[in-house]
Each structure stands twice: as C-alpha cells, then as structure tokens.
Write a new protein. Structure first.
Length: 429
C-alpha cells in the first residue's frame, strides 16, 4: 500500500503513520482485553493490574540498568563502527547480567513481601516468582529494542510490536478465562518472554550485523558513557512508576478501591493513545537530535517536528474528549462512567507533556544528565505534592488536576533550561 505523497516525503509523518497502523490495531486488541478485564475483575482488578504493570515498567529500566536511550544514541552514532559497538555491547552484557542476577534473587525470594505490599495478600506470590524467571528476557528485550530504534528500523519495530501485542493479548484472555485475575497477573509476568521470542524471530538475523556475540567480553569500557543514562532512566522510569504506585495506594487508602481502579483505567486509556507518539521519540527524535551540533539546526528540527505533529496530536485529543463516554462504555463497563470527569485534565496534561518531551529529548541526545534529572525531579515532586494537596478537596479528579499543573511546571523548567538555544546566536551543542 502506497502512502500519500505528503507523508512519504516526510520521515516524521511516515514513521508516525506506520506506527499509527500498528497502534490502531493494538488499540482494537486492547479494547477487547480491557473490556473483559473490567467485566470479570471489576475496578479492584483493574487497580491490581495497574500495580503490576508499574512494576513491569520499573523492571524494564532496572534489568538493563536504564541503558535503553544510551543504546539508541550510541547505535545511531556507531552504526558502522564495529570496534565501538563491541565496547558498547560488552558493557551492556555486564550491566544486564549483573542486574538480572540481583533482581532475580530479590523478586524470587521476597515474593511474599511484594505480594502483601502491592496486593495486601499473599495469594499472588507465584506472580512475582514467574516475573523473576522472566527478568533476563526483560533485560535482553530492552537492549535489543534499543538497537532497532538506534538504526531507525521502524518497519521491523512495527511488525514486532503488532505480533507480540497480539500474542500477549491471546495469553491474557486465555489466562482470564481459565484462571481469573490471578491468571491475568501471571500472564503479564510472562509477556516479556513472548516479546523476546518475537523480536529474535523477526530481527535476529539483522541483529548479528551490529552485535558480535562471539567477541563480547566481560568488560565495561563504556561504563562512563552509559552510567549517565542509568541515572536518567532511574528518575524517568523507576521513580515515575513508583510515584504512580504511591498515588494509587493513596487513592485506595483515602477514598476507595473502586476510585483507584477508575484512576488506573484513565491512566491505561492515556497510555493507549500516547502509544501513537512514543515510537516517534526513540525512532526519530532521539537519533536525529544525536546528530545535531548547533542551536540553529536544533531550532529548524524542532519547528519541523512541532509543525508535523502538534496539529495531529491536538485534533486527536479533542476527538478523544468528545468520545469519552463512548470510549468508557466500549473499553470498560458502566461502573467506570464516573471517570469521564477525569478526561479533560488527563488530556490537557498529556498534551503539555508531549510539548515538553519534544524539547527534553535534547537532554538525552546530548547526555545532559543534570538538566534531565532536575527537570524530571521537579515534575515528579510537583505531581506528588499537588496530588496530596488536591485530593482532600477534589477527590480523584484532584490527582489528575495535579498531573496537568505539574506538567506545566515541568514544561516551564525545560524551557528555562534550554533558553540559550532559542536566542538569536548560533551556539554549538
């Protein structure tokens, strides 16, 4: 199928359109999965699924020591430099091996603690033991996905995403049918193994062109280069997911499990539509920013990105807002209709976050660690602070209001940090 000329001549729109096809398919699959989960497990079940997905997201960072964006950056820079690629993947091997061993033992032997902490019951110990077994697959998945993004192979990325998501959905539905909520949680723990299998099947041969597995040594020559990305990922992924768990627990304690489920449902809808944008950051924006060397080039690229994407993002979010009640009934059940009030704040907050992230990826591309960390920390701190301030007065809606306000503060912090790049002078980056 040929793409329209305006899209085929614009790499940003080309990647976005192809990614939109797979995300659209994923959306349809997610509609079915989320609807059945809501019907059979209710708001309490959705809240538990949200807790485990946050843990899964944290593990994606921890098992590879947060090196994903580093892999994207250095693979995009050293595509034809086998010597530096070998140094990179030797270091990644040590990082991954060490982190996987430590996390396996923590998850496996402390499974009762995590089950009681997150689910207030020891019923789900098996979930964390299965997740411990999946840890090495989570790590390898993350690293190899970084290679795909680093070489901007968006076609293979699209194929891998679609097939793995489809198979994961089948596993979730089968587990729900036979084993109810506990089966779903075990299935979520097993999904990384499916994703890794699909990735190797589709990308395995090409992967050998970039990773010389036989020559990899137990050395860390890229330690300093990757350490900064570890610190940045800890803040961006681990802390942000911890904050989500903390806020969900706060809603559960101060209001009800049903409200915690509704807030989680709103988050899941947000993550579904934000998937349309996430790929463009690692497949296009990060590799592109890594090759830009002056503020003049940065401003030109920034204008191009905003011009291509902002109208689409804004129109899409307006459409989601207008169809919010239909989406709730379609994805969940009538019991979730009370969450309709959350949409305006969630969509506004996500739109501001998108604007800010297009700018802040410059910190990742140029490994400006302190700028990335302090802007992220400001955003997270404001989110926690405003959530605790607004919750007593506005209930669950106050938490989503806090998201919008904290993202505005985050955008302001990013703009202030990058202010020199928008001056009239052309400075080196």
């Amino acid at each position: 199928m040929k793409l329209p000329k305006i899209i085929s001549n614009n790499l940003i729109l080309k990647i976005t359109s192809l990614n939109s096809l797979v995300v659209g398919a994923r959306l349809l699959i997610s509609l079915v999965v989320q609807n059945l989960l809501a019907q059979y497990t209710g708001q309490a079940g959705i809240a538990k699924v949200g807790q485990l997905r946050n843990i899964s997201s944290m593990l994606m960072s921890l098992t590879s020591l947060g090196t994903f964006n580093g892999v994207v950056k250095y693979v995009s820079e050293y595509k034809s430099d086998q010597k530096n690629l070998l140094k990179l993947f030797s270091t990644l091997y040590v990082f991954s091996f060490t982190a996987s061993i430590v996390i396996f033992f923590i998850l496996f032997f402390w499974a009762p603690y995590f089950s009681n902490k997150l689910f207030l019951s020891d019923t789900y110990v098996i979930v964390f033991k299965v997740m411990a077994i999946a840890v090495p697959f989570i790590s390898m998945n993350r690293i190899f996905n970084g290679v795909i993004n680093g070489i901007s192979d968006y076609k293979k990325h699209t194929k891998i995403e679609f097939i793995s998501h489809f198979l994961a959905a089948v596993l979730l539905l089968v587990s729900l049918y036979f084993y109810s909520l506990k089966g779903v949680l075990v299935a979520i723990a097993l999904i990384p193994i499916i994703q890794f299998t699909v990735l190797i099947f589709i990308f395995g041969k090409l992967l050998k062109d970039y990773v010389n597995f036989k020559a990899i040594t137990f050395k860390i020559p890229f330690f300093k280069q990757l350490l900064g990305f570890t610190a940045m990922s800890f803040v961006a992924t681990v802390l942000s997911n911890y904050v989500e768990i903390d806020i969900r627990t706060l809603i559960l304690d101060k209001i009800s499990e049903a409200e915690a489920g509704s807030w989680t449902a709103m988050n899941s809808i947000s993550k579904i539509y934000m998937q349309f944008l996430i790929a463009i950051f690692t497949l296009y924006i990060l590799p592109k920013y890594a090759t830009i060397n002056t503020s003049f080039e940065f401003r030109i690229e920034l204008k191009k990105i905003y011009k291509s994407l902002v109208p689409l993002v804004f129109a899409g979010m307006i459409l989601i807002y207008l169809l919010r009640n239909t989406l709730i009934e379609l994805i969940f059940t009538d019991a979730f209709l009370g969450m309709a009030i959350l949409f305006k704040w969630q969509l506004a907050g996500d739109f501001v976050r998108f604007i800010a992230n297009v700018l802040s990826y410059q910190f990742l591309a140029k490994k400006q660690i302190k700028y990335f960390i302090y802007t992220q920390l400001i955003g997270l701190l404001m989110y926690v602070m405003f959530s605790r301030c607004f919750l007593p007065y506005f209930g669950t809606e106050g938490v989503v209001m806090a998201l919008f306000v904290s993202n505005l503060v985050y955008l302001g912090a990013v703009l202030f940090t990058l202010r020199k790049l928008f001056s009239g002078q052309n400075v080196s980056l």
